[in-house]
Design a protein around this ligand. Structure first.
Ligand code: PLP
Length: 463
């Protein structure tokens, strides 16, 4: 092998990869009967020390595929845990191409910078957040942090210099994602500044209580920094009433951030009515690596204008010169080195068109509705009193063998994972443990939903 190059064997390596990828992608179209065991030889491979000498590249690639095959892959159709992405094939190709060129989106990199801006505009259009600008980040956590840092800077313009020198507050529902609290801690606001607004019986932010809390804070001299509306909560997929929250934000002149990391792509689907008012937000988080199906990591923070980002992040460093008013992306983002994450989404949107994405999202929503329907029609299952807003649908298994619902559902979840046909997780909702299938994989079908109930029934019988 020529030093640090695949040269002589290039053709053979690409041929090997092409054959393997055909097999691998084909295998993702079907559920596996069981997750493979970690074999002794794999364990031994993964405890080897630093290799000093070269090894045959095809052999090394083969071993890396062995590792991937023995790992929990979210691309598989029966992975219903957490909120996964699903390794869209053209997205994986986009990653391969982008990594090969290894462009750094920190600086203005000509065509790739334009493509990033174009893709962010497309996503804004798709979700109804018009005329926005946006940057790709590593995940919803960083997108939320970017947006809330910008909100903090708008409310306290001196805070970059003097820190947070007043009592401030950020408002989000009880079921907002933990990344909001983490952001508040990291920004130096302190979690005392987190106002957890109660939820209604559909797990959405209670806007009357939001308003009361803001009024109480204003009367006490606390500066409101931002309201975070969650568009698709992690626990139940509930969408906060964005339009009503936006009214409060406008009236009180508070920054409105929509954390749509998971759910906001559904604004482009038949569920668009749930997202009315989103255009009145100041910023939106969208994880394309969740419900736009592309591989991790690929999140976006969208804003109505660039000014807030400039004021929050721009700087002059000797090694990154730029003209006044002519910013490098690094002046507008939290991260420095940034891979070309936009390419995979650009390829995907070009290759399939927005309508195909709408259809795939609607299909996931139908699977959640089917799950809800089946569970509500059966004695041995319980559902929440309301059907799912989006594609997360908590269900509880019931059995006379174990009267405590939480214990039963923890045990059945453990059994399902050990069994290996499905991968699912639990969630604590209203103080109880539920199974929480999340449908964000374009490969999952109705047959998979029916099989899930069969597997639960089968395993429940031998608990
Ligand atoms: C609503 C919400 N916001 C933010 C995040 C964090 O996203 P990431 O894991 O991409 O950092 C998640 C993750 O599930 C989420 O559901």
């Amino acid at each position: 092998m020529e030093r640090l190059r695949i040269s002589v064997e290039r053709h053979a390596v690409l041929g090997f990869l092409a054959r393997e990828m055909e097999r691998i992608w084909g295998s993702f179209d079907h559920a596996r009967e069981k997750e493979p065991e970690l074999t002794a030889s794999l364990k031994s491979l993964l405890s080897e020390g630093l290799p000093e000498d070269s090894q045959e590249i095809i052999d090394v690639l083969g071993k890396s595929i062995d590792v991937l095959e023995a790992s929990i892959a979210q691309s598989r159709p029966r992975f219903l845990a957490y909120i996964g992405s699903s390794g869209l094939e053209v997205g994986a190709i986009g990653d391969f191409l982008a990594s090969s060129y290894d462009i750094n989106q920190a600086i203005n990199s000509r065509a790739s910078t334009l493509l990033e801006q174009q893709t962010a505009r497309w996503v804004g259009e798709f979700i109804g957040f018009e005329s926005s600008i946006g940057y790709f980040t590593s995940g919803g956590m960083v997108s939320n942090l970017t947006a809330l840092a910008t909100a903090l800077n708008r409310a306290l313009p001196n805070s970059r210099k003097s820190g947070v020198d007043r009592k401030v507050a950020i408002y989000a529902s009880h079921e907002s994602h933990y990344s909001v609290r983490r952001t508040i801690e990291i920004l130096g606001i302190g979690s005392d500044g987190m106002r957890l607004i109660p939820i209604d019986d559909r797990h959405r932010m209670n806007v009357t209580q939001l308003r009361q809390q803001i009024d109480a804070d204003l009367a006490a001299g606390v500066v409101p920094i931002a309201i975070v509306a969650t568009a698709g909560t992690t626990l139940t997929g509930a969408v906060d009433p964005i339009q009503d929250v936006a009214k409060v934000a406008q009236e009180k002149k508070i920054w409105l951030h929509v954390d749509g990391a998971y759910g906001v792509p559904a604004a482009g689907s038949t569920k668009s009515a749930l997202f009315y008012g989103i255009d009145g937000a100041d910023s939106v988080t969208v994880d394309a690596h969740k419900w736009l199906f592309v591989p991790k990591s690929c999140s976006l923070v969208l804003m109505k204008n660039i000014e807030g980002l400039v004021k929050t992040f721009a700087h002059h460093e000797a090694y990154m010169p730029h003209l006044e008013g002519d910013y490098n992306p690094v002046d507008l983002t939290l991260e420095y080195s940034r891979p070309f994450r936009a390419l995979k989404l650009w390829i995907a949107l070009k290759a399939y068109g927005a309508n195909e994405f709408r259809r795939a999202i609607d299909k996931n929503i139908q699977l959640a509705e089917l799950t809800y329907e089946i569970a509500s029609s059966r004695e041995d299952f319980r559902t929440l009193p309301h059907p799912p807003d989006l594609s997360i649908v908590p269900i509880q298994y019931r059995s006379s063998r174990e009267p405590d619902a939480s214990t039963l559902n923890e045990r059945i979840c453990q059994k399902i994972i050990e069994d290996g046909r499905f991968y699912i997780s639990t969630a604590r909702i209203d103080g109880e443990t539920w199974l929480r299938p999340c449908y964000t994989n374009f490969r999952t079908t109705e047959d998979d939903v029916l099989a899930l109930f069969q597997v639960i029934q089968e395993l429940g019988a031998i608990l």
